[in-house]
Design a protein around this ligand. Structure first.
Ligand SMILES: *[C@@H]1O[C@H](CO)[C@@H](O)[C@H](O)[C@H]1NC(C)=O
Length: 505
């Protein structure tokens, strides 16, 4: 990227961040005739009406070879190898800073082609319009959507091609393009699916459903939000839910391994090169998560419905009943039930395979003594793997009878859970407190050591939805002592039956 480009994009960004919030796309210079028609996006598209496409469509032939389709006559469609019995996936890129097709486009296309085999994969090339000021590129999205709609209409006309078999995958601005394309078809003619990969935020956030990707645009719409970190009221990826299922990996605002905290330093230090790299990382993560879902379909990436990411990280949302969980990516369960805009959360690794296995730990203590915030850690042993020490961060004072829930993530599945070890880190401070407490009161006159008593403890496996309760071998083993490891095993019977209330006699 030249310095001049960098300056240019910086200017665009400044404009976006400071002044362009309220830009009405229609005021932009450009295609007044188109705009008049495009203002109403429900205008049906007829294949016959003369349409000059500003986009180029390329059908993937072999691994990385493409063959250009030329609507409206679609010359070369069959000779390119288009097979009308097979489904069609159209991949649409986003805003372009350098006018080049980004590497992920051909990668996603060839992964889909290689793994799904009986599928037509088409790439929308709208670089000539995408390589503009962001607001101008954003304004072109309706036009490009219309190009895609025309391509689809031509397919219907030539092959009686069913829109059911169409899946549009759009990244960033491409997500909204896909939405605009889909909005041309209603009712029984609705297209099958749209996937928005980190749909663009600026100029789309908060807009009405007809002015952005929305669940109305296809029979089934899913979206993956990976870079919604907000700065001055704007974020690169759209924050609001725009689909039937909206996935927010790692909360959606930034992604592990992307070092977001450096982004603004990067810009001032390295210019746009720094910005581009950092932005792309989290923004583009949505694409790589999707690629991962095709490459590793035997290990589906589960996400869980939750009110927000904070609640998710507390481990309260690992429930799959009534479609509360779903699979991120290509193999999503296409069920549409009840409320729209289901927000789903998950944590991921920083590299492919991104999947993390989620576990929910639930623990309840008996009221031991004075309330405290102990530094506890556990480790889990399953039939396949061991977890290693997992610290439990208590954010509040521990009280008896209250159920505490924690989210635990593992990059391997542990198998059937067999054993849970409990460790209470002895903190000097705490020992000191304890000693003082002990001198004040003596419990039943016994030489008591500091201890916490576990009443109930169980772990739920998010993937299998199985909950395992753990029991102490003996009643005394329930007392977790400072600086000692206590072992709990899988309960033989229902928990709660075995444990009677502890009495100090
Ligand atoms: C189209 O794909 C189907 C498999 O979905 C295959 O059976 C058929 O032979 C293909 N047609 C052509 C012309 O390649």
């Amino acid at each position: 990227m030249s310095e001049c480009d960098a300056l240019f994009v910086l200017k665009v960004l400044c404009c976006l961040l400071l002044t362009c919030h309220a830009v009405d796309g229609r005021k932009m210079r450009g295609h007044p005739a188109d705009v008049a028609v495009l203002g109403d996006k429900t205008v049906p598209v007829k294949a016959k009406e003369p349409h000059i496409s500003s986009s180029v469509f390329r059908l993937l032939v072999a691994r990385e070879d493409t063959c250009t389709l030329e609507p409206p006559q679609l010359h070369g469609l069959s000779s390119c190898g288009f097979n009308a019995t097979n489904p069609l996936i159209i991949i649409t890129h986003g805003w372009s800073m350098d006018g080049m097709m980004e590497n992920w486009v051909i990668r996603l296309a060839s992964v889909l082609k290689t793994h799904l085999r009986d599928v037509n994969v088409v790439i929308t090339d709208w670089l000539s319009l995408a390589h503009q000021h962001y607001p101008k590129a954003a304004h072109s999205t309706r036009l490009v959507g219309k190009d895609i709609a025309h391509l689809l209409s031509s397919l219907k006309e030539h092959y009686d091609y069913s829109f059911q078999k169409v899946h549009l995958i759009g990244y960033s601005l491409g997500a909204h393009i896909s939405g605009f394309a889909g909005s041309h078809f209603k009712g029984r003619d609705q297209i099958g699916r749209i996937t928005g990969l980190d749909p663009a935020g600026p100029l789309f956030e908060g807009m009405s459903p007809t002015d952005r990707l929305s669940p109305d645009d296809a029979e089934f719409v899913d979206a993956v939000h990976t870079f919604t970190h907000e700065r001055l009221g704007l974020s690169v990826g759209i924050k609001q839910a725009v689909a039937h299922y909206d996935f927010y990996p790692n909360g959606g605002d930034f992604q592990p391994g992307c070092h977001l905290h450096n982004i603004y330093e990067h810009v001032s230090q390295y210019g746009l090169l720094g910005f581009g790299q950092t932005v792309k990382c989290a923004h583009e993560r949505s694409v790589h998560l999707f690629i991962d879902s095709v490459l590793n379909e035997d290990r589906p990436i589960r996400a869980y419905r939750c009110s927000d990411n904070r609640a998710f990280n507390k481990g309260v949302c690992l429930d799959c009943r009534r479609n509360r969980c779903n699979t991120l990516g290509y193999n999503i369960k296409k069920v549409r039930t009840g409320k729209r805009n289901k927000r789903l959360y998950l944590q991921t690794r920083s590299r492919m395979p991104y999947k993390l296995y989620h576990y929910q730990l639930r623990i309840q203590f008996e009221q031991p003594m004075q309330s405290t915030t102990p530094s506890l850690s556990i480790s889990l042993t399953g039939t396949k793997e061991e977890s290693g020490a997992i610290p439990l961060a208590f954010t509040e004072q521990v009280l008896g009878n209250k159920m505490y829930t924690f989210l635990i993530t593992m990059d391997k599945h542990l198998g059937d859970l067999m054993l849970l070890k409990f460790h209470w880190e002895g903190s000097a401070l705490w020992k000191d407190v304890w000693n003082r407490v002990q001198t004040i009161m003596t419990w039943g006159g016994r030489d008591t050591k500091p201890l916490l008593t576990v009443n109930k403890i169980s772990v739920k496996d998010g993937d299998t939805q199985e909950r395992t309760s753990f029991c102490a071998m003996t009643n005394d083993e329930r007392h977790v002592e400072m600086s000692k490891v206590k072992v709990f095993v899988r309960c033989q019977q229902e928990p709660g039956m075995k444990h009677k209330k502890r009495t100090h006699t």
